[in-house]
Design a protein. Structure first.
Length: 117
């Protein structure tokens, strides 16, 4: 059975661990810089999408009027945009479902180390 560590040994070990943690944090921060730019872009896209969604929800009559005008002026173009929008919406749902599945698997692999969402 190993002998218990003295208080001085524990303090030295704690100091080494603290230094190691600080070095790991610095390394992680420097490695995160390229990813941060991409995440900021994603945040801006998400904010814009949220603003558009809020506008559409606040002004349903204006959106319906714009759709009616487009339908009367160029029905083929509107049909094309409706198909594109539907494809985009379905793709988003698929990606979101895939992300949830991956997150559940990661949570299960971590043994419940993270709180449920």
């Amino acid at each position: 059975m190993p002998r218990p560590k003295s208080l001085a040994e524990l303090e030295r070990e704690r100091g080494r661990l603290t230094e190691r943690i600080a070095a790991q944090r610095a390394t992680l921060a420097s490695q995160f810089v390229p990813v941060a730019h991409l995440l900021q872009f994603g945040d801006r896209v998400a904010q814009t999408a949220q603003r558009v969604r809020q506008f559409v929800l606040r002004h349903p009559v204006a959106m319906a009027s714009a759709g009616a005008v487009l339908l009367l002026r160029r029905p083929r173009k509107l049909g094309r945009w409706v198909r594109r929008s539907l494809l985009l919406w379905r793709s988003w749902r698929t990606v979101r479902q895939l992300a949830r599945t991956v997150q559940r698997q990661l949570d299960k692999a971590a043994g419940g180390a993270y709180p449920p969402r």
